[in-house]
Design a protein. Structure first.
Length: 288
């Protein structure tokens, strides 16, 4: 079991609530998961002609912001190797005090080529506007080319039954707020290796993948990913880019998520709880 992660005070807020039980009402203190915008900026270009621009803004739970940024850049195909990312800093030149530590700048290698028009189209328009599922899957293949092993790894079916309990026991912030998604990496034997929480399920996964990316541990072929909610196409895409071969979820997958998983060679299991689960793609990896 990994050592507990000390959560920054900015990850939660104390509020006063009115608790109602039956016909009675009392005043009490409650803890809520914090949600604040994170602006991701990039620095790029030759050393003598560096340019900076805002790439994306995401609503997230403060904490592990550098991992979130690295994971986002990696899973969206902007960087593919650790050397592509020179550094991560909180921008000091913010206009308002509340923006401090809410704006991260990623300095990219000067040799890294960026298709800026494509980035603008990708990050400033909704992915649901006029983009069909087939086009989305082809775009992921073209940008990142996820290829997962066709000869393993294998995991005992019984191992997956143990993962939700281990995830839940390690969710420190969820215990206090009840309002967060979680993503966790496990070994093929079911050992919890890495856990991150966030108000956004995609942010929780980006934090996990970003942590592995910054340590130089991708691709994550020999790992199981467990997420606390449902499985969307976006989660399957991010998992495939990171080389994760087995994605398990407490909730259900979407139809496009399953189609994408079948194309990428990713094993997806849903409704992993209470001693049961469904396998939606590439069940051959589950072997006694």
């Amino acid at each position: 079991m990994p050592a507990p992660v000390l959560l920054p005070p900015t990850s939660y807020d104390h509020v006063t609530v009115q608790k109602v039980q039956g016909t009675g009402m009392t005043t009490a203190s409650d803890i809520l998961a914090a949600e604040e915008p994170l602006e991701i900026r990039i620095g790029y270009g030759p050393a003598a002609q560096r340019e900076h621009r805002t790439l994306a803004i995401t609503m997230r739970t403060p904490g592990h912001d550098f991992e979130l940024t690295a994971g986002f850049l990696f899973t969206e195909g902007l960087v593919q190797a650790r050397l592509d990312l020179l550094g991560l800093v909180y921008c000091p030149d913010v206009e308002k005090e509340e923006e401090r530590e809410n704006v991260v700048r990623a300095e990219l290698a000067s040799t890294l080529g960026l298709d800026l028009p494509r980035l603008e189209r990708h990050f400033y328009t909704s992915s649901s506007c006029g983009v069909c599922g087939k086009t989305s899957i082809e775009a992921v293949h073209a940008a990142c080319g996820p290829t997962l092993p066709a000869t393993g790894p294998y995991v005992a079916p019984a191992v997956l039954h143990e993962l939700p309990g281990r995830l839940r026991a390690a969710q420190e912030l969820f215990d206090q707020t009840g309002g967060l998604h979680a993503a966790a990496l496990f070994s093929l034997q079911g050992e919890l290796l890495l856990l991150r929480e966030d108000v956004g399920r995609h942010n929780a996964l980006d934090k996990v993948i970003g942590a592995a990316f910054l340590r130089g541990e991708v691709p994550l072929h020999q790992h199981i990913l467990l997420v606390s909610g449902r499985v969307s196409f976006e989660l399957v895409q991010k998992a495939a880019v990171a080389g994760i071969t087995i994605l398990a979820a407490v909730g259900a997958p979407s139809s496009l998520a399953v189609t994408a998983a079948q194309n990428f060679g990713l094993t997806v299991c849903g409704f992993v709880r209470q001693g049961r689960y469904n396998v939606y793609s590439h069940a051959w990896r589950l072997q006694s």
